[in-house]
Design a protein around this ligand. Structure first.
Ligand code: HEC
Length: 162
């Protein structure tokens, strides 16, 4: 008798706790985007590259995040917000135009690395966004695009010093 009473209390407590934490909602406003600073326009990336980046990276690495319905449900929403904040801190494609040449160089190198190693997009993201999982072809496409940027940056450096 006693145990079932405690069990019931426990269940009620969990439900109340879940309802209570719903009052702590995340901020889903995106900062205004200046398209002329966006990675895709700065690098004149073609449509294929744009599509892949927007479906696999932009939700966490730009100011153009789309929030799924479950971003309204705590505590999942807190985790999503945390990933977006951290993602933007490391790399924000919407602010590409204001990065220094050195920062760009470093971020491009990191992009190649995380794609090659299959670290990005994060697995917790591709569980819910199947279309974001990169195929081998898409990985190759992205990597050669990023390498092309490295190459043209090194060419313009040579031009500057001559
Ligand atoms: C679900 C959110 C999410 C998605 C989608 C995502 N990232 Fe990330 N990314 C993060 C977070 C969080 C970090 C920082 C923590 C870490 O390194 O795991 C990060 C870090 C990075 C870094 C820095 C790595 C380092 O060593 O510091 C690069 C570069 C990067 N991501 C590129 C990408 C690219 C390219 C894509 C798309 C192919 C992508 N990310 C998709 C959340 C995401």
């Amino acid at each position: 008798m006693k145990t079932s009473f405690t069990k019931k209390n426990g269940a009620i407590f969990i439900i109340l706790f879940f309802l209570l934490i719903q009052s702590i909602q995340i901020d889903k406003t995106n900062q205004a985007v200046n398209q002329t600073q966006d990675f895709i326009s700065v690098t004149s990336a073609h449509q294929d590259i744009e599509n892949v980046l927007k479906s696999a990276c932009y939700d966490c690495h730009s100011n153009q995040s789309h929030y799924p319905w479950y971003a309204n449900v705590a505590p999942v929403s807190w985790l999503i917000k945390h990933h977006i904040n951290e993602g933007r801190e490391h790399l924000n494609f919407s602010l590409w135009g204001i990065y220094s040449e050195k920062q760009k160089h470093h971020k491009i190198e990191e992009c190649i690395e995380v794609i090659e190693e299959g670290e990005m997009p994060m697995t917790s993201y591709t569980w819910m966004h199947k279309e974001a999982k990169l195929t081998d072809d898409q990985k190759m496409q992205l990597i050669s695009f990023f390498k092309g940027l490295q190459y043209s940056a090194s060419l313009s450096k040579i031009e500057e010093t001559h």
